[in-house]
Design a protein. Sequence first.
Length: 333
Amino acid sequence: MKSVLAVTAALAGLVAIPSAGQAQEGCGTIQIASMNWASAEVMAAIDQFILENGFGCDAQLVPGDTMPTFTSMTEKGEPDVAPEIYVKQFKEQIETALKEGRIAYGAKVLKDGSEEGFWIPQYLADANPDIVTVSDALKRPELFPSPQSSDKGAFYDCPAGWGCQIVLHNFFKAYDAEEKGFELVPTGSAAGLDGSIANAFEARQGWLGYYWSPTAIIARYPMKKLEWDVPYDDAEWLNCTTQADCEDPKLNAWTEAEVYTLMTPKLAEDSPEAAAYLEQRAWGNETVNKMLAWKDENQATGEDTALYFLDTEEEVWTKWVSPEVAEKVKEAL
């Protein structure tokens, strides 16, 4: 979707319409939410570098988390940008904020989409070919020993503050997982979730919980995403699966992930060229996996990985900006 990128010129009453990707004078300060998962962290750092060096913005990274960031953007108008948001996890709230003019869509940042759900290690799936669906796994709590209780199976939770936590808790309730011998095991953070998978692979133990793709973890640790026991029901998803106060959740499937950049409406007003860039830049899963694998292998930061991307994937990012902006970014590398 396109913003109106018209600015009134001071000379002769003319109207100048800047092209998407051109450099801008007086871009101003732009706060970018650096979310606490790898692909979003890297994209935030890429955006910061390009906006700062290519557009002349005072681009600042601030800590981000799905629901707190969305709430702050819609209620306080800050930060200005959330580079990567899984919008279907709380689409009703987003649609309401869109209608009220409190949020705006940017690019579909993961242009190939993403895949969310419940996963088990591939070695466990190979040894137990009867485990195909989520309910199949929930019949076998002994295969997924909990670190908290020796007589319980572990169902690893989403990190605190992530939108998927509401969905996962409703699935846990809908599947009667507690009655089937499972307990939710908190992971605390993205690092905690990743660490639980790494520990399971090191010990060759069972693991069952939430994850998504594209990620370096899925590339590094072969996992099988479990099939759903029922077809996706959009009404149930909107009215209950994604609602924290749903009292009687029903079985459902995870919706196909739509991953967008979200922006505050004032960004297009204050910095139209920056907004135009954020409305069009996107990357494919193959590129994302490559970057996240490099990040993981080199124990690199999001900023390090952004620089590596800009240095090695010129054919990707130069399509996001004008030649003028691209030259400024290259000079700054």
